[in-house]
Design a protein. Structure first.
Length: 357
């Protein structure tokens, strides 16, 4: 039997430079290097991100190869996040892979960043296969999908404005917490009482019904504004210091309740109690716990470890293995695309009791 191809996957869409060697779903070598420089600014600075990727990408790939115990010439195919993301950051990875592939005479598989997040959990749990409802939550995206099979996805809901991760970053900045905001807000929220400051659950009302335009979509800009208003009021009253943890807890509760409620609506709508959560925000412990609670014993939740929930090269290589097996490789001269379409995504609205048409 022919051995599964050895794939080198590169990720450089935002502020993590990562390379991984994956064969047959097994991670042989994996390096993730995060960029601390953005902590100084409370968010990712695109030009600094691209420069940092360019500085370290050779070393990251070299270390991943050494960890796997292989040379670059042993690689059968190369994969890279081609979008969406910061265009300068994406181009660093794409140009590196194009150059290496040309020198080696190997095929390249361009990978969509959010589809790659779907493949993170299956690297650790072989049962994390479709069909499932997927909640993808990251710094730049919030999506609800019905994955009927790999490469066959139906869009159920998405953010109308800020993504969940972006809202966490902005609230962290309001509360004087370090970037990235997700882990910082979550840690502080454990010390607070969420009932002290109850914030609105955007686009989540009891009178919504399947078919309403906002039934499965989410919005976090209004929540962010509500937190900013409350922080300003507390600061003016000289109470912000003693209330910071409670504000963080209230915000966290609102985000989790909104995301989980929308996910459970999707579960009922498509009649599938298998849920996969991916993306950086999926590492949030409160989100995972609430999803498990509401799914109950009749449901199944698939998650990845924190390492594989963040942006990483292993998920890129695993997604590429799926596409490579179907002969889906990059044409000559392909490039990065900051608004790359999600492959295999059907945008037909779902309807109650079915999956749309």
């Amino acid at each position: 039997m022919k051995a599964a191809p050895l794939i080198l996957g590169l990720e450089s869409s935002c502020d993590e430079t990562s390379a991984a060697l994956v064969r047959g779903g097994k991670i042989l070598g994996h390096v993730i290097l995060s960029q601390d420089v953005h902590r100084l600014y409370g968010g990712v600075v695109p030009e600094l991100a691209a420069r940092a990727h360019l500085t370290v990408i050779d070393d990251v790939v070299r270390e991943a190869l050494q960890e796997a115990g292989v040379g670059l010439d042993n690689v059968d195919a190369l994969a890279v996040t081609a979008g969406p993301g910061l265009i300068g950051a994406l181009l660093v990875g794409v140009c590196w892979v194009r150059g290496a592939a040309f020198a080696l005479g190997r095929p390249v598989v361009p990978v969509h960043h959010m589809e790659a997040h779907l493949f993170g959990p299956v690297l650790e749990d072989p049962e994390a296969e479709p069909p499932f409802v997927a909640l993808l939550v990251s710094g730049g995206h919030t999506l609800l999908l019905h994955a009927r099979a790999w490469g066959d996805y139906q869009l159920l809901g998405e953010t109308r404005d800020d993504a969940a991760g972006e809202a966490y970053d902005k609230v962290a900045k309001l509360l004087g917490l370090p970037y990235p905001g997700g882990p910082s807000v979550e840690r502080l929220s454990r010390e607070g009482d969420p009932s002290r400051h109850r914030f609105p659950r955007p686009m989540l009302r009891s009178n919504q019904i399947p078919g309403d335009p906002d039934y499965l979509d989410v919005s976090f800009s209004g929540l962010k504004t509500a937190v900013a208003t409350r922080v300003a009021e507390l600061d003016q009253a000289g109470q912000l210091g003693e209330e910071r943890a409670h504000v963080a807890a209230g915000f966290q509760a609102a985000v989790v309740d909104t995301l989980v409620s929308k996910t459970m609506r999707a579960v009922e709508m498509v009649d599938c109690r298998r849920v996969l959560v991916g993306g950086g925000v999926s590492a949030n412990r409160g989100l995972r716990e609430e999803l498990r609670l509401r799914l109950g014993e009749t449901g199944t939740l698939f998650t990845a470890s924190t390492r594989l929930s963040l942006d990483n090269g292993a998920m890129v290589a695993r997604a590429a293995a799926f596409h490579l097996a179907r002969g889906q490789v990059a044409p000559d001269g392909f490039s990065a695309d900051a608004s790359l379409p999600f492959p295999g995504l059907e945008r037909t609205p779902a309807v109650a009791g079915g999956v749309g048409s």
